[in-house]
Design a protein around this ligand. Structure first.
Ligand code: BGC
Length: 740
């Protein structure tokens, strides 16, 4: 009887436990999606051994973090960005165009600088969303972008990746990108923190930057990414900042990121940028990349060492002994790992793993790429209204140049995407031209370094002659010049602002025989135009336009779209005029940011230097009138100030205008820029249409960073509000005063 009772009890217990299992109550709390994230993080941490935690500090391989099978912790699978998704296998130091050929093909969006030229936050958010969708579709969890480093010098090899020279514009676009990506449950990574503004000696250079320049110029986009974008990951930079490698810089990672900005996500090192164990972990580095065997193999390569990369410092063999020695606390490790787990929970990695479902390069994603490429094009010059091309006058067109028949979609390095297709300018023009316009092609000059047999003076002369002959017979000539991924790239700086070999001479020669010569610049930033600018009536800048660049330039040339891009960087007349001239690339592995806060237009305005084209500049096929500026209240004790105005399209074509708002402070106790961008809005207007534009200026728009007070300060007095079509084309002005 007793035995029977026992058997029945055991049986009942078994039923009960299986029922419990089904109802999920034996599921550990960290696996329960309905519990608060912090509870899940703490629960999971409490179940991990120290060894398991430490194992997560260094990557599993080139592009993923270490998983934990016992507890079901997935790895974070990364993909390079930010201009689309780049293949994730193999060192980023390899020139990715060829390397990636056999790899994943995804949508190539325009370069960051082109996205910035759109001044369109909604569009950048759609780009982020499309990228987020594609990241999931290829089964990854994290995109290594956006890049928000400021264009300090026009020679930086990676200028094309970021959003230009202004911290406010860069902040707005960075936040938009992050929102788009993370809205899809994909981890965005804002990079490279901080003062990563040159490729020359990027692994060894010590950037000396004063606190004011850091807070006013180089930090704002990171701050906005954390505080407004809620970014889940930050990538540290390769360089040293004020004497300490960014990967072990506790000022950057602890004081600023964690304490000042309350960052709750994790920091990932740039690939091969760590040089110590204790210093790096304690400074707030959470994940060292790359890791595993690929890292070991890569670090053995002479090229890697010669470049100055470092790595392999956060592996368990190195971290565990330091914990035993008391140099790293378990609480620190918990914080590091907790940050990664938090992001994994927040992004849904535990609950909704990205299992490679969804599509790549959908019509919607392509449409974003096309819209972005079109909106990014900047009309720099349009003498005698040559553009848009008039079909009643132009019956034959010759398309010339090393960037005409080849789609140069982006610059080189880890951001270069391999698209499924790409449209070269010639193809875009041919497709759009229709039967009534005869389109011919002539190379004119070979791209420097691409085909050595065509790089000789004789070969150049021959090619130039052919182009000149063709141009002499055509009604108009479009010359597409610029750089390409092997001349403008991550890993090295641009050797000169001049166009690559033979391109200036080609433009000069063609302009002599054809008065309707249109130059199209296809590069990541400014080029010197002094030799030919006065001889050509029209100039367009298409940047690196991604896979749809060729269609976009055709849209603008033929007037299907109004050119509405505005420069996110000032164009210099000559390199000597640049703010960083004389303080770049540094000496003895040190570069002094002696220009301080005077970067970009802040410098040209202060020094009264006439740039070739100012920040915010861009022409349109139509005209916009600005009127009725209202500022309310015109006295504030610190509350926001509302600014409104009316903009009218007074031309006869539809168009889009970017309305730019700058603030001038003439009464400060410290030296301040003549004007600073504090608002912008892109508006589309039909011919004759007017729209009211509204801005809100909060106290941060009036503040400067005080090195004395170690914080932001607003001083009472009058602030001028300048609203216009570029930083040097202010159309309406007003003022308000601050009386706290
Ligand atoms: C670049 C990063 C990139 C990483 C991974 C580095 O060389 O600086 O921007 O995300 O490689 O490819």
């Amino acid at each position: 009887m007793k035995r029977l009772l026992c058997t029945v009890l055991i049986f009942l217990a078994a039923i009960l436990s299986s029922a419990q299992g089904q109802s999920g109550s034996d599921t550990p709390p960290y696996k329960n999606p309905s519990l608060p994230v912090e509870q899940r993080v703490q629960d999971l941490l409490s179940r991990m051994t120290l060894q398991e935690k430490v194992a997560m500090l260094s990557g599993a391989d080139w592009m993923q973090s270490v998983a934990n099978e016992r507890l079901g912790i997935p790895s974070i699978k990364m993909a390079d960005g930010p201009l689309g998704i780049r293949s994730w296998a193999g060192p980023s130091s390899e020139m990715s165009a060829e390397f990636a050929k056999t790899k994943v093909a995804t949508t190539a969006f325009p370069a960051g600088v082109a996205m910035a030229a759109t001044w369109d936050t909604e569009l950048v958010e759609s780009e982020g969303q499309a990228i987020g969708q594609e990241v999931k579709a290829v089964g990854r969890d994290m995109i290594l972008g956006p890049t928000v480093n400021i264009n300090r010098t026009p020679l930086w090899g990676r200028n094309f990746e970021g959003y230009g020279e202004d911290p406010y514009l860069t902040s707005r676009l960075g936040v938009a990108y992050i929102k788009g990506v993370q809205g899809e449950g994909v981890i965005a990574t804002v990079k490279h923190f901080a003062a990563n503004n040159q490729e020359f000696e990027r692994h060894r250079i010590n950037a000396i930057v004063d606190q004011r320049a850091l807070h006013e110029i180089y930090f704002p986009a990171f701050k906005a990414a954390v505080e407004e974008g809620g970014v889940w990951s930050v990538m540290s930079a390769y360089n040293k900042l004020n004497g300490t490698y960014c990967a072990e810089n506790s000022f950057l990672l602890k004081d600023v990121l964690q304490k000042e900005w309350d960052f709750k996500g994790f920091v990932v090192s740039d690939w091969g940028s760590t040089y110590s164990t204790v210093g790096t972990v304690n400074a707030g580095m959470d994940l060292e990349m790359p890791g595993g065997q690929p890292m070991k193999d890569w670090l053995k390569k002479p090229k890697t060492l010669a470049a100055g990369n470092g790595g392999g410092w956060l592996v368990p063999e190195k971290v565990l002994p330091e914990i035993s020695a008391g140099k790293i606390s378990v609480a620190t490790i918990d914080d590091n790992v907790g940050r990664m787990l938090r992001v994994m929970f927040l992004s849904g990695e535990f609950d909704k793993p990205h299992t490679a479902t969804g599509e790549i390069d959908t019509p919607e994603q392509r449409a974003v790429a096309r819209k972005a490429a079109t909106e990014s094009i900047v009309l720099l010059k349009n003498g005698s209204d040559l553009l848009p091309l008039d079909p009643t006058k132009i019956h034959s067109l010759v398309v010339i140049g090393p960037n005409a028949a080849v789609a140069r979609t982006g610059g080189g390095g880890s951001s270069l995407v391999t698209p499924k297709y790409s449209v070269a300018p010639l193809k875009g023009i041919q497709d759009r031209a229709g039967e009534r316009l005869q389109v011919s092609y002539s190379l004119g000059v070979s791209m420097e370094g691409e085909d050595p047999s065509k790089d000789t003076p004789e070969a150049r002369e021959q090619l130039r002659k052919e182009a000149v002959n063709a141009a002499a017979k055509a009604d108009a000539a479009v010359i597409v010049v610029g750089r390409y991924a092997k001349l403008e790239s991550e890993d090295f700086d641009i050797k000169s602002l001049d166009l690559p070999a033979g391109q200036d001479a080609l433009i000069e020669a063609v302009a002599k025989v054809n008065k309707n010569t249109i130059v199209v610049i296809n590069a990541g930033g400014p080029v010197i135009m002094s030799k030919w600018i006065a001889q050509v009536p029209a100039i367009l800048d298409m940047w690196y336009g991604g896979q749809e660049g060729g269609n976009a330039i055709a849209d603008v040339l033929f007037g299907d779209a109004d050119p509405s891009g505005k420069l996110p960087v000032s164009f210099v007349k000559q390199w000597k005029d640049s703010p960083a001239y004389g303080h770049y690339p540094g000496k003895n592995l040190q570069v002094d940011y002696a220009e301080g806060i005077y970067v970009g237009y802040r410098y040209f305005d202060k020094r009264k230097i006439e740039p070739l084209f100012p920040f915010g500049y861009g022409l349109s096929y139509t005209k916009f009138d600005y009127s009725d500026l209202k500022i309310s209240p015109n006295q504030t004790s610190g509350g926001p100030v509302e600014v409104s105005l009316s903009v009218r399209n007074s031309g006869s074509r539809p168009g889009a205008e970017v309305v730019e708002l700058y603030v001038h402070n003439g009464h400060s106790s410290v030296d301040r820029p003549v004007q600073e961008l504090k608002g912008f809005q892109r508006i589309a207007l039909a011919a004759g249409e007017s729209k009211d534009v509204h801005f809100k200026l909060d106290p941060s728009a009036m503040a400067f960073y005080s090195t004395e007070k170690k914080g932001w300060v607003t001083e009472p007095g009058q602030f001028d509000v300048l609203v216009g079509s570029s930083s040097r084309d202010i159309r309406v002005k007003g003022s308000f005063s601050l009386n706290p």
